[in-house]
Design a binder for this molecule. Structure first.
Ligand SMILES: [Zn+2]
Length: 412
């Protein structure tokens, strides 16, 4: 069973009952789930986890809700792939890729949505909704279909066509909003205040966000219950980055790791939407919102809800924050595909390009064990690559035509 005590304000520490709510009534700070740490500690062991299901629910005692049984898809427990060819190309030592393109709707969002859905069912809410830059839309629509809930998914109207199609197919309502993600998000907060719906990343956000910790749990377990020296995480709202760090710390707090984690956390953004990287590189304490303009649409959040906490995490752990251009993003997608056979979306291109940049700058070092989070599949963002990635040659169906196009193969 879940060992949850209350919702607690991240800013002032006041606690509130468990409910679909997300901001502090007193200071408007974000609410987080507070656990009964001793109860969690008593409930977990490496053996029990290792004997659990091949999904995020193997970590159920560390999550804020009980597994929802058949209502859930099989989410998580994705491969952690040793990436020696990528490492060699970047002059690094031990690099691993956490391949979260392998989830039911091909992004890490299936993790957070599984937890949000379980909580929505527990609250007895009948409609599942979200504000999304695409991946969350796919995940919410699919999860709602599986659980038999009605869904309303709000997205910016200029989203990649693949992400719209891969949401609409699940039969819910797709609301394309004439505005950017920050406009969509604002609208969803207004709807959430009017309707008794579960908005995954609005009124059930405190529970939803906890799902991201499973990326850290799996990473540590897959490394033989050890933590990496350095992780690199794409930054949209900033929530994923802070939760991955929190996940490592919690494993130690409940006795599942021998040593206190010393994980350096680095973040990745696109220059067309880099409010957190800009603050980091300017040495600023405030994050100035921006109007996004980048092919990495899943990270195009100009006013990131957890940006400040992400900035703090990177500074505290001695990581770095890179911003990379759209051309570098495309190169990053190609680099990972060409060296490791993993096709990531534009956000993954941002992360790989940032890995390259931070390695070149010496922020990520060759003596570190590095884990890179590949958060979404490349088939979602084909448009970003279409002009550059085509056939090597177009030929007539004859052997001579083939020899003409590839003379080097004839010699061999
Ligand atoms: Zn507060």
């Amino acid at each position: 069973m879940a060992h949850v005590e209350a919702l607690r304000c991240r800013e002032c520490g006041k606690t509130f009952p468990i409910a679909p709510s997300y901001t502090c009534e007193f200071c408007f700070g974000p609410l987080e789930v507070a656990y009964d740490r001793e109860a969690v500690k008593a409930a977990v062991s490496r053996e029990a986890i290792e004997a659990g299901p091949p999904s995020i629910w193997r970590y159920a005692p560390l999550l804020p809700v009980d597994p929802p049984g058949d209502a859930t898809q099989q989410v998580g427990w994705t491969p952690l792939v040793r990436a020696d060819r990528l490492a060699a190309e970047l002059g690094l030592g031990e690099v691993w890729v956490k391949d979260d393109t392998r989830n039911p709707t091909n992004s890490f969002k299936d993790r957070v949505v599984a937890v949000a859905l379980a909580k929505a069912l527990e609250f007895g809410l009948k409609t599942f909704a979200c504000a999304s830059t695409g991946n969350l839309a796919n995940a919410v629509a699919a999860a709602a279909a599986r659980a038999g809930l009605e869904s309303y998914v709000f997205v910016p109207a200029d989203l990649e066509p693949a992400k719209i199609v891969a949401t609409a197919i699940f039969g819910g309502n797709v609301v394309a909003v004439d505005g950017n993600y920050d406009d969509v998000n604002r609208l969803c907060a207004e709807v959430a205040a009017e309707r008794p719906w579960a908005f995954a990343n609005v009124n059930v956000r405190p529970f939803y966000a906890e799902g991201s910790k499973t990326l850290a749990f799996e990473t540590a377990e897959q490394l033989g219950w050890e933590t990496p020296d350095h992780v690199i995480v794409p930054v949209g709202s900033g929530s994923l980055l802070t939760k991955i760090r929190k996940g490592f710390d919690e494993l130690y707090d409940v006795g599942l790791l021998a040593d206190a984690p010393q994980v350096r956390v680095s973040g990745a953004q696109a220059t067309g939407c880099a409010p957190v990287a800009t603050a980091f590189n300017d040495g600023a304490d405030t994050i100035r919102p921006v109007k996004p303009s980048t092919i990495a649409k899943s990270l195009a959040i100009g006013n990131p809800a957890d940006g400040y906490y992400a900035l703090d995490t990177v500074r505290e752990t001695g990581g770095g924050l890179a911003a990379v251009t759209d051309d570098e993003v495309v190169d990053g997608i190609r680099l990972l595909a060409r060296t490791e056979g993993i096709f990531g979306e534009t956000a993954v291109g941002v992360t790989i390009a940032s890995l390259k940049k931070l390695a070149r700058e010496g922020v990520i070092r060759p003596d570190e064990r590095v884990v890179v989070y590949a958060t979404g599949h490349g088939l979602k963002t084909l448009d970003a690559l279409a002009p550059q990635s085509g056939p090597t040659a177009v030929i007539k169906p004859t052997l001579d035509a083939f020899w003409d196009a590839f003379p080097e193969t004839k010699e061999a």
